[in-house]
Unconditional design. Sequence first.
Length: 198
Amino acid sequence: MKFTLATIIAAASAVSAVPVAETNPLALTMMSIRSASPIHFGSVTASGQKFYIGLERPSSYCPTPPVSPKDCPSGNYTSIGWSTYGPYMNVMVPGGQQLYIAPDHSLSYTQAHSASMPAGSITEGFILGPKQENTLRSISHTSGGFLACPAKANEGPWKVFVGTVADADAPSGSAADCLGFSNNGVEFTSERFGAWQY
Ligand SMILES: *[C@@H]1O[C@H](CO)[C@@H](O)[C@H](O)[C@H]1NC(C)=O
């Protein structure tokens, strides 16, 4: 095949016709906002299939070998992707890791290589708001607002729940210790993936 300027221009315009969302899916980190509180401007961080505010870094893992270390994401950030079906963990591991709300209302994600989640888990109902002037996008859920529940009264890390929390499920033993917060998506562009797996 002979490449002429016309075929190159045709190929280039075919590429640019592909929706941006498919070649470069929206990736976000999550930031908590609750003014005058310990969780103001907190990072929502994945650890052990749950999410916390106040952790230094997520639990993340990249298997080397077989993966070459240079192909591993840093794993320093907790990133989610967002498709028309809702949020998912922004990971490389085959099969991915799904985001859901467990029956105790804790925000959760599936283990790598497993789609298993407890009966009664909720995978739908997450809503991503439009990009605001301050670049944030509100993340909400039809079952109610986000809550952060401390390990001990006023002492983090703060475990993330959605909707309501029972005393028995609050890490401190009292749901009265939890703080409501607004959850905000911050575009994550420094790396393609947040981790190989969380
Ligand atoms: C990830 O964290 C490690 C340890 O703190 C640091 O050395 C490295 O530069 C970080 N990488 C990125 C891409 O943030």
